[in-house]
Structure formats: structure tokens, C-alpha cells
Design a binder for this molecule. Structure first.
Ligand SMILES: [Zn+2]
Length: 319
């Protein structure tokens, strides 16, 4: 991570930064870290002899706190980056910077640009503007249209190992128990949960999902009522998807315990053992539940209303 930051300090120092980058790989935290360092280095007036930003001037502080008016970050609106988001971005990029001498846009989950969004972006990449930079995030460069791939320079961020990620979450203020669970989620999901983390909210959310999971494992139709009561307030598309990831982790623990394959480091092992004792789910039912949860994720990704998709899961699990 440090090495990559220095690579960018040097590029900027030597005036060799190009206009478009794609950050690939699964290590979202490092992508964020390196983009922030890149932004600091672009505007810091107190850089040292090798181009490293000072970290303490007003520009560096604002960059660190994501408060620069000349930097934007685009995320998918629902499941995709829409063409009007890219059009608005291009319009924004075409205006002069307000407080810096550059403009920079980060496009997260760039693979979710549909062809018209990607084409709208392409015209910018074909005729780059002085002092304007784009950084795309995606897992794999091949997820982007070939025309885009050829106009951005790739920098790879391999997946950080789980213990590094967990340590990083704890460092940013996440409780150890939650950090261990986040470490089992994809780094993008985890980063989202970390970015507006409130310990009590996450505890309550996991509690509601645990209760929901125990009724699913039991095959009890009461799960439908839980969707309409306890889960109702955490059913935005994104939160429903994140919730499904959590259910998959619980189900994974359940599968491991029921099949006696591995009992080290399981998430919520105590809770899962209680569910086994009181609800006695069969291995076949838990295997089926795995498919049902994955199917629910697909439905959510296809924009089925979260409450409907989750109720359907509850109904099918009880049959
Ligand atoms: Zn500075």
C-alpha cells in the first residue's frame, strides 16, 4: 500500500500522471487509501523532495476528510451507473476547479456502467482535459468495455488477507466482534458498513437477522412476519443485499457444524449451536437454504422489491 502511494507521489512529482486509471483487485481499503494519497499529492503545496504530501496542510486535511469540492465519487444508483450520472459527471468535469488546480472523479464499481454510460465516458477519455483525472474501481479490468480498457492505465490491488482487514476495521473504530464478521464479507460490502458504522445499529441489525435466520433454519412461516416487522426498516436494496451476505455467513457456519467439517473460527458459533439444539434443522434443509439465499440475492440484483424478495425467501424456506 505504501509502495503504491510512493509510486503516485513520484508520477505527480515528475509530471507523468496520466488522465485515466483503473484500480483493479479486491482490496477496496487500499484503493481508497491510495486515491486519497494521490489527491493529497496533486494539491499539497508543502511536498517534500520526493513529492510526498505533508498530510497537515488545509488541502491534505480536506482530502483526508473527503471535503474537497474538486473531487467527486460516483457509486451505482441501484444496481448500475446510469448514463445521466455520467453525463452530469462530464458536465461537472468540464467546469473549472473551485479550490484546487485539478479535478478528479472516482467511479466505484465501474463494471456496473451499462454500454450507454460507458460510451458517454469514452468521449471524455478520448479527449482528456488538462488537470482532469479519472480513477475507476473494478475487480477485473476485463469487466470494462475494451474501448475503455485501452484508455485507462491499470494498477492492481490484490486482496488484503483477512487478519489485515480485520485489524484495519478495528483501527477505524469497529468493535472486534463486528470486525471479524466484516472480514468474512466482500471488502466492498465491509467498507460500506465501516463507513457509517454505529455499533448499536449493527448489533440490532445482526440481532434481527439472527432471529430471522433461526426461523428460516426452522422452516417456520413466522419468518414472513419478521420481514414485515423486525426487518422492515433495513430493507433498502443495498441493506437487503448486505443482509443476504450475512445470512450466507451464518448458513456457512451452520453447514460446517452440521457436517462436522470445520469448527474453528466460525461466525456466531454459539448462536448457531443454539439454533441446532432448539430447531434441529436437517443438513438437506440448510443446503437448500443456501440456494434460496443466493437466489434471493440474484432477485435483489435484478431490482425485485427487497420486501417481496425477502418474503419469498421466508415462504420457500418454510415449504
Ligand atoms: Zn499538504
Amino acid at each position: 500500500m505504501g509502495q503504491l502511494s510512493h509510486y503516485f507521489y513520484e508520477l505527480i512529482h515528475q509530471n507523468r500522471l496520466v488522465h485515466g486509471y483503473v484500480f483493479t483487485g479486491d482490496d477496496y481499503e487500499s484503493k481508497e487509501h491510495v486515491s486519497t494519497e494521490l489527491i493529497k499529492a496533486l494539491g499539497c503545496l508543502n511536498k517534500d523532495g520526493v513529492g510526498q504530501p505533508c498530510g497537515v496542510c488545509e488541502h491534505c486535511q480536506k482530502a483526508q476528510n473527503h471535503q474537497l469540492a474538486d473531487v467527486v465519487s460516483i457509486q451505482p444508483d441501484g444496481q448500475s451507473i446510469r448514463v445521466n450520472q455520467i453525463r452530469e459527471l462530464k458536465e461537472w468535469l468540464s467546469t473549472s476547479p473551485i479550490e484546487s488546480n485539478f479535478k478528479l472523479a472516482i467511479i466505484e464499481s465501474a463494471e456496473t456502467m451499462n454500454p450507454s454510460s460507458a460510451n458517454a465516458l469514452l468521449t471524455f477519455l478520448e479527449e482528456p482535459v488538462e488537470g482532469v483525472y479519472l480513477v475507476l474501481y473494478t475487480q477485473d479490468k476485463s469487466n470494462l468495455l475494451p474501448t475503455i480498457q485501452s484508455r485507462v492505465q491499470g494498477v492492481h490491488f490484490p486482496r488484503a488477507n483477512v487478519s489485515e482487514r480485520v485489524a484495519y476495521y478495528i483501527e477505524t473504530g469497529v468493535s472486534e466482534a463486528h470486525a471479524r464478521i466484516f472480514g468474512k464479507m466482500s471488502s466492498e460490502t465491509a467498507q460500506r458498513l465501516v463507513s457509517d458504522y454505529e455499533e448499536a445499529d449493527v448489533t440490532n441489525w445482526f440481532k434481527a437477522l439472527n432471529y430471522f435466520y433461526s426461523t428460516l433454519a426452522h422452516g417456520n412461516l413466522h419468518a414472513v412476519i419478521l420481514v414485515q416487522t423486525q426487518l422492515k426498516n433495513s430493507l433498502s436494496v443495498q441493506q437487503a443485499l448486505d443482509g443476504m451476505d450475512y445470512l450466507l455467513i451464518l448458513n456457512h457456519s451452520m453447514l460446517r457444524i452440521l457436517s462436522n467439517t470445520e469448527i474453528e473460527n466460525l461466525t456466531q458459533a454459539y448462536f448457531i449451536n443454539e439454533v441446532i439444539k432448539t430447531k434441529q434443522p436437517s443438513l438437506a434443509h440448510i443446503l437448500e437454504l443456501n440456494d434460496l439465499i443466493l437466489e434471493t440475492k440474484q432477485r435483489l440484483q435484478a431490482n425485485v422489491a427487497p420486501q417481496l424478495a425477502t418474503e419469498r425467501l421466508a415462504i420457500l424456506a418454510s415449504q
